[in-house]
Design a protein around this ligand. Structure first.
Ligand SMILES: [Zn+2]
Length: 695
C-alpha cells in the first residue's frame, strides 16, 4: 500500500507486484475474460525470424513485439505479467465493486471488502476532512520532547511491513520494520526480526552514490520533502527539508547495503532483549518495545546490526526538533494515499515519476482496488478463486508439479560430483517441500478487522495495525507451514526457504504461462520453468544454507560446496558481462540466486516435459518441433519493455536480472543448441564446458 517497493528477491519477478503502489493497469484493449488460446499457443507474429536464434534468442522470439509495443503511460514496465495483472485487476475490481454495491451482512468479509473500497473512493469526503484524521498523529509527534517520548513514538509505529527472505520486501519507511518468521537457529519457533528502515528513497545508494544521476535525484528529493510542508503552512519548509534530508543521509550511512541484506550469513544475528542497551545505546529500548507491544519478547533477530546501532545512536544524538520534522514528513508521506489529493499527487510526482519514470498516475478506482486487495488480501482472494480458478486447473498444475519434482530428484541422483551425504540431504529436502497451488489450504480470519464505509484513513491505519497484531500473535505459537505470503490474485510465485514451501497463486496460472488447451511443451517452457525456478530456490546459494527443517545449517560437504561455488562463480561472470547501458552492467553476484534458479528451473522443466511424454511423440506446431516450442514459449514468457529509470533502479537494487538476460538462460542448456542449431561464433554460443550446470 503506502510503502511498497519493487525490491523483491526470492519472488519470481520484480514488476509484477504492485510496484511502488502505483504500477499501472491502463490497457484499454485488455480482455475482460480469459485470453483463451485460439491458434498456435505461442505468439508467431511477435517473433522476428530475421534474427538468428544463436545471436539473439530474445529478439528472435520477441523482436516484432518489442518494436510494436508501447509501455502504457502509467506503468514503469510492460509485458505479459502486466497484461495478466491488468486482467486480474479488472476481475478483482468487478468482484470488489460488486461487494460494495451488495448489501452483504455487516461484519461479513464481502461487506468489509466493499466498504474498504467505497471509503477509498469517497474523494469528496477525504478532501472535506483535510488533515483532521492525521491530526492525533501530528499532535503526538509535536509532543515528543525527549529521548523517552521519541522512543515511545517510534515503537508505537512499528509494523509488520518487511520480509527478509520469504516475500522479500526489504523496505519500510518507519525506522525499523518487524518480520515475524521462523527462528533460523530453531525452526520450531517464531522470532521477531528487526529490519532497517526510515528512508524516503528506496535504498541507501540513493543517498550515498556519487553518480550524476543520483545527484540529480537528491536535488529533487529535497524539493519533495519541502513541498510536503506547504499545506501545513509551517515556516521555512526548505530549511526543514534540508535538515530532514541530512538526518535521512545519516540513517542511510548506518544502513547495510542491499547486497549484504540479501546475505543470510551476515544477517542471521540474534540479540537477547538485555543486550540492546549495550549493543545499541541511544533509544530507550524499554519504552520502544513496550509501545511496540513487544515488551515480553526475550529474543530478537537483528537483520542489519549496523542499522540498529546507528539509528539508535541518532535518536540520542540528533536534535529532537529534527526528529519531529522528520516524523511529520514521514507521517504525511506514509498516509498520502488516504489524505487530500495534493498529498497523493506530490507523492506520485516524486516516487512515481522521478524515481521510476512513470509519467501518469493511475486512476483512483484502480488504486482503490489495490488498497482493498492489500488490506484484505485473502478475503478478496477467496472471492477471486471461487470465480476464476476451477478445480481442473488446480489438478493439472499439480500434475506438472509432480513431474517437476520427479525430474529434480533424478537430476540430483545424476550429479556425478555430489557426495552421497549431501545427496541424501538434498533428497530429504525435496521430499518435505510443501507446494501450494492456487490458494492456501486455510484462509486468514479478518473478523478482528473493523472497516468503516466513511473513513479511508482509519481503515488504512487499522489494517496496518491488524496485520501487525496478527503477526505478534504468532510469537509463542507452533509454526504454521501452510501460511501463504502472496495472495491468490497476485501474478507472481515465491519460495519460502525457512518454511520449505512454495506458493503458486491462481493469477499466474493463466495464459501465456499456463493454458491447458495448448501443447504441453509450451506450458512446460513457461509455467513449468517458473515452477522449476521456485523449486530450485530451495537448493540455490541461499537455499543450500537451510536444511529440510528450515534450520540455518550447512548441509553440504566442503567438496560439494566448492563445486557449487565454482559453478556459481562462472554464472556470476556470465551475467556481469551483460551491459544494458554503457555505464551500468548487470550485477552477477546480486542476481546470482535468481540466475541459478532460472538455469536450474529451465533444465528441470525440460526434463519434466520429456517425462510427461512417457516416450510418446509430440506434434509440431507451425513448423516448430516440440523442443523449439518449449524454448520459444520460455523466451516469450520473459518478454518485457522497461523505462530506463525503472530499469536502472532494478539493476541497482533488485535481485532479478533484467528479463532479456533471463530469456538468454537457454544458452546454458544443451538441447537448445540442438533445437536452434546455435554455432560457434554466434553471440550467445557457449562452448560445452562454459555452459553452467549447477543442478
Ligand atoms: Zn526467484
Amino acid at each position: 500500500m503506502v510503502a511498497m517497493t519493487i525490491f523483491k528477491n526470492r519472488t519470481l519477478r520484480p514488476f509484477a507486484a504492485v510496484a511502488l503502489g502505483l504500477a499501472a493497469m491502463v490497457l484499454a484493449a485488455a480482455p475482460k475474460d480469459a485470453p483463451a488460446t485460439s491458434g498456435p499457443g505461442i505468439d508467431l507474429p511477435g517473433m522476428d525470424r530475421s534474427v538468428a536464434p544463436g545471436d539473439d534468442f530474445y529478439r528472435y522470439a520477441n523482436g516484432t513485439w518489442m518494436k510494436t509495443t508501447e509501455i502504457p503511460a502509467d506503468r514503469p514496465a510492460f509485458g505479459p505479467d502486466a497484461v495478466l495483472a491488468e486482467l486480474t485487476t479488472t476481475r478483482t475490481a468487478d468482484l470488489i465493486k460488486e461487494a460494495a454495491a451488495s448489501s452483504a451482512p455487516a461484519g461479513s468479509e464481502a461487506r468489509k471488502v466493499g466498504d474498504y473500497y467505497a471509503a477509498y473512493m469517497d474523494e469528496a469526503g477525504i478532501e472535506a476532512r483535510g488533515l483532521a484524521p492525521l491530526q492525533p498523529t501530528l499532535d503526538r509527534i509535536a509532543a515528543i520532547a525527549d529521548r523517552k517520548s521519541l522512543s515511545r513514538y517510534l515503537g508505537g509505529t512499528l509494523r509488520a511491513d518487511v520480509d527478509a527472505i520469504n516475500a522479500t520486501d526489504m523496505y519500510t519507511d518507519n525506522v525499523f520494520g518487524v518480520w515475524v518468521a521462523q527462528d533460523m537457529n530453531d525452526p520450531s519457533r517464531y522470532l521477531p526480526f528487526l529490519m532497517q528502515g526510515g528512508l524516503d528513497m528506496p535504498d541507501r545508494a540513493y543517498y550515498l552514490d556519487d553518480s550524476a544521476r543520483m545527484e540529480t535525484i537528491r536535488g529533487k528529493v529535497k524539493e519533495h520533502i519541502g513541498l510536503r510542508y506547504l499545506p501545513l503552512k509551517i515556516p521555512d519548509p526548505q530549511g526543514k527539508a534540508a535538515r530532514i534530508y541530512d538526518l535521512e543521509r545519516k540513517i542511510a550511512e548506518a544502513h547495510a547495503s542491499r547486497e549484504d541484506s540479501g546475505d543470510v550469513k551476515k544477517s542471521n544475528n540474534h540479540w537477547a532483549r538485555a543486550e540492546f542497551e549495550t549493543k545499541a545505546p541511544g533509544l530507550d529500548w524499554d519504552e520502544f518495545f513496550t509501545a511496540a507491544g513487544l515488551g515480553a519478547a526475550r529474543d530478537f533477530g537483528i537483520w542489519q546490526p549496523s542499522a540498529v546501532t546507528g539509528i539508535s545512536a541518532l535518536a540520542a544524538r540528533e536534535p529532537v526538533e529534527t526528529w519531529r520534522d522528520y516524523l511529520t514528513f514521514h507521517a504525511l508521506d506514509h498516509f498520502a494515499s488516504v489524505l487530500p489529493e495534493a498529498f497523493g499527487q506530490e507523492r506520485f510526482a516524486f516516487h512515481g515519476t522521478v524515481l521510476a519514470g512513470t509519467p501518469e498516475r493511475r486512476d483512483r478506482w484502480k488504486r482503490a482496488v489495490d488498497a482493498a486487495g492489500f488490506a484484505l488480501g485473502e478475503a478478496v482472494g477467496r472471492l477471486y478463486v471461487e470465480k476464476y480458478f476451477p478445480p481442473q486447473a488446480k489438478a493439472r498444475v499439480e500434475e506438472m508439479v509432480k513431474n517437476l519434482m520427479a525430474a529434480f530428484g533424478r537430476r540430483i541422483d545424476a550429479l556425478d560430483w555430489m557426495s552421497p551425504a549431501t545427496r541424501a540431504r538434498a533428497k530429504a529436502k525435496l521430499a518435505v517441500l510443501k507446494v501450494g497451488v492456487g490458494y492456501p489450504d486455510a484462509w486468514l480470519d479478518y473478523s478482528g478487522l473493523r472497516v468503516e464505509r466513511a473513513d479511508a484513513f482509519a481503515n488504512a491505519d487499522r489494517a496496518e495495525r491488524f496485520e501487525y497484531e496478527r503477526n505478534l500473535r504468532k510469537l509463542g505459537r507452533p509454526v504454521d507451514r501452510s501460511e501463504w505470503v502472496m495472495t491468490p490474485q497476485t501474478v507472481n510465485a515465491v519460495n519460502l526457504p525457512v518454511m520449505n514451501a512454495l506458493n503458486f497463486p491462481a493469477a499466474i496460472l493463466q495464459p501465456p504461462y499456463f493454458d491447458p488447451t495448448r501443447p504441453a511443451a509450451m506450458d512446460y517452457g513457461a509455467i513449468g520453468a517458473v515452477i522449476g525456478h521456485e523449486v530450485s530456490h530451495s537448493f540455490d546459494d541461499s537455499g543450500a544454507l537451510f536444511d529440510e527443517t528450515g534450520r540455518f545449517q550447512n548441509w553440504w560437504t566442503d567438496e560439494d560446496r566448492a563445486h557449487f561455488e565454482a559453478a556459481s562463480e562462472r554464472l556470476a561472470k556470465q551475467y556481469d558481462a551483460y551491459k544494458p547501458f554503457p555505464d551500468l552492467a548487470v550485477n552477477g553476484k546480486l542476481t546470482l540466486g535468481e540466475n541459478i534458479a532460472d538455469v536450474a528451473g529451465l533444465a528441470a522443466s525440460y526434463d519434466a516435459y520429456r517425462l510427461s511424454l512417457g516416450g510418446k511423440p509430440a506434434p509440431a506446431v507451425a513448423g516448430f518441433t516440440p523442443d523449439q516450442q518449449f524454448f520459444i514459449s520460455f523466451a516469450q514468457s520473459w518478454r518485457q519493455k522497461v523505462r530506463e529509470p525503472a530499469l536502472r533502479q532494478q539493476i541497482l537494487g533488485d535481485g532479478h536480472a533484467p528479463n532479456e538476460y533471463r530469456g538468454d538462460t537457454v544458452r546454458n542448456l544443451d538441447p537448445w543448441y540442438a533445437a536452434f542449431d546455435a554455432k560457434p561464433g554466434q553471440a550467445l554460443y557457449l562452448a560445452p564446458g562454459d555452459r553452467v550446470r549447477v543442478w
